[in-house]
Design a protein around this ligand. Sequence first.
Ligand SMILES: *Cc1c(COP(=O)(O)O)cnc(C)c1O
Length: 393
Amino acid sequence: MAFAQQLRVPGPTPLPERVVRAASRPMINHRGPEFAALLRDVEEGLRWALRTDNDVLIYPCSGTGGLEAAVVNLLSPGEQALFCTIGSFGDRWADIGAAYGADVLRLSVNPGEPIDPEDVERILAEHPDVTTVFVTHNETSTGVFNDIPAIAAVVKGRGKLLAVDSVSGAGCIPLETDGWHIDVLVTGSQKGWMAPPGVTMVAVSKAALARAEKTTTPRWYLDFARERKFQQKSQTYSTPAISVLYAMQEGLAMMREEGMDGVWTRHARVGEMVRAGVDALGLKFLAAEGHRSDTVTAIHNPVDGPDALKELLTALRTDHGLVLAGGQGDLAGKIFRIGHLGMIDEGDVYSILATLEQGLHETGMRSRVGLAVPAAQAVVRSVQPSGQPAGVG
Ligand SMILES: *Cc1c(COP(=O)(O)O)cnc(C)c1O
């Protein structure tokens, strides 16, 4: 058995020691002054990181709770909405919409492909009743990022509301909540924020709040207006996940020390290094070229069948302590995924790549070792963040 474990799934992510210490503080009264200061600091940090002046509502939920919050506040039963889905998290959002009785139009693509903004334009032209567009920024199940600025331009050009799932993108890859006119932006504590699971953060525009006043979908816990009323008094409606918020406060402090551009550049560099190493191993990417995520890399099964892939992932975990993720849904057994978000830097990438290569060697898949790390080393240090529109940043 391996002595130490390296957790490289796309969330939860490893926690910096500073964050672990912060999360282990004693409990405080969530109706008292210490909590008010904590909440204000976290809200301010999130507004800074998400580049928004909007309210950021904080719920004790995993990211899926944030997706549900967007649906129940933005849509009424029977209301037509377009869900652009490029994988299982996009499908999940559309399923939530259908569960609450919305008239769901789905734009889907083959696994590994991004959304083409022209398809969004065409569908919105054909369906003038659509009020709201839902789209995934970074699809964790396929390792693909969407061109949100281009999609937003289409959606806003037609005066629709725009909701974006950036659970595994925010805090890692370029995102301009206000600059891109995103009405509802959803993220989650256990992905890019170097914090444990348990909190979803939802940035809501004035237009989204105005819409929520009129929608008739039954809701309570996730109601925007109720939560906002409490946060304006520096409290939360229900008991908050205090330990997770302490962790987020410390994670945000670390991000401020690095600077948001620094965070983005590091993820871009790390993503490029992972891809260079994976390519040097002769492995194949699921994601289309030019849309490969800088937070998660999805790789076609390089061994013979789903059982052999399971054996490879088990060997990496038990013999070498490297924990990678398999595929979700229809992609189970067909791909595996490396998470490279949150607390990660060059040294971690060398370790991941060398271990993966060693694992392939031991299963007899590769006759030589020593290819992946030099390929990653050769990556130019000053890569630009991908997905960043010219002139922004
Ligand atoms: C992780 C994730 C979610 C939310 O999943 P939870 O398990 O509920 O936190 C939603 N969308 C994307 C893109 C994700 O990566």
